[in-house]
Ligand binder design. Sequence first.
Ligand SMILES: NC(=O)c1ccc[n+]([C@@H]2O[C@H](COP(=O)([O-])OP(=O)(O)OC[C@H]3O[C@@H](n4cnc5c(N)ncnc54)[C@H](OP(=O)(O)O)[C@@H]3O)[C@@H](O)[C@H]2O)c1
Length: 298
Amino acid sequence: MTAEALVLGGGGQLGRELARTPPPAGWTVRAVPRADVDITDRAAIERLLDESPQVRAIINAAAYTAVDRAESDREAAFAVNATAPGMLAAACAARDLPLVHVSTDYVFDGESERPWREDDPIAPLGVYGESKAAGEEAVRRACERHVIVRTSWVFGVLGANFVRTMLRLAGERPSLTVVDDQTGCPTWTGNLARVLLEIARQAEAGDPARFGTFHYADEGPVTWCGFARAIFERAGRLGVPVPEVRPIATTDYPTPARRPRYSVLSTEKIENSYGIVRGRWSDGLDRSIAELLEQRER
Ligand SMILES: NC(=O)c1ccc[n+]([C@@H]2O[C@H](COP(=O)([O-])OP(=O)(O)OC[C@H]3O[C@@H](n4cnc5c(N)ncnc54)[C@H](OP(=O)(O)O)[C@@H]3O)[C@@H](O)[C@H]2O)c1
C-alpha cells in the first residue's frame, strides 16, 4: 500500500500547494480543508484518523493566520493555533503517527543581529506569535514523534499573501510606500511543500534523532521594500505597469500587531539533519508571477 501524508488545513495557501506538489516515491498526499475537518473538533480528528489506515504522517498546515485580527481575537487564535495542535498531537501519539507541524518566525522578537537558531529564546511580540508558541509547546508535550517546522514570509499563487497584494496594487496606484526596516526570508510555498513532504517521509522512517524543532526558509534575506521591488521588477518585465516604490519605517505604518525587526532563520539544522537543500525565493517568485499573470489572462 502507498503511504499517505494527510494534510490538515488543506484549503490554505500552503495546504493547496502541498496537494499539488509531487510527493516522494511511494507516497500520496491528501489535503483536507476546514470545511471537511475542523481541527478544533476532537471527534472529527479521531474519526478521520480511525478511517484512514493508509495514513503514515500528518502535516498540520491549519492555522489562524490573521496576525492583526488576532490582537482582538485572542481566544479564537489560541483555539486553532494552540489547543487544537495539542489535541491533534495526542491523537497522532495514540496511533504512533509522526506529526509535522508548521510554525512561524513570529515566535521571536526580532532583536537579533544573526539568523535565529532553533534553541534561541522565544519572545513573541503579539497574540498570533504567542498562540503559535503555545501550539509548539503543546505539540512537544503530547507527541514524541513531532517535527515542528518554523518558516517565514510565505508566498505562492494559491492564497492571500504579499506578492498577490503587491500585484493587485500595481494596477491601482502610481506609487507605494513599503516598510524597509523589517528583514526576513520570503519562502515560496512550492519549496516549503517539497521540504515538508520530504520531512514527513523521513519522519515516518522513524529516526528519533530527527524529531524536534527546525527552521526552513528560502535563501536570501531582504526587507519588505526590497521584496516589493523584486516583485515589480519581474512584473514590469512581463508588461505590468509598475508603481514607484518608496521605503518607509515601521513607525510610519502602524498596525495592531508589532512585527519582528529581524526574522532571518538559520536553516543549518534542517540542512544537516534532513539533507534539505534550500530553494531560492527569487526562483519561486519568477514562477509565481508568471503563473499569476497567466491566470489573469485566462
Ligand atoms: N503566511 C505566512 O506568511 C506564514 C509565515 C510563517 C508561518 N506560517 C505558517 O504556515 C502555515 C500555513 O499558513 P498559510 O500561509 O497557508 O495560511 P492560510 O492560507 O491562512 O491557511 C491556513 C488554513 O488553515 C485553515 N484553518 C483555520 N482554522 C481552521 C480550523 N479550525 N480547522 C481547519 N482548518 C483551519 C484556514 O481556513 P479558513 O481560510 O477557512 O480560515 C486556511 O485554509 C501556518 O501554520 C502558519 O502559521 C505562515
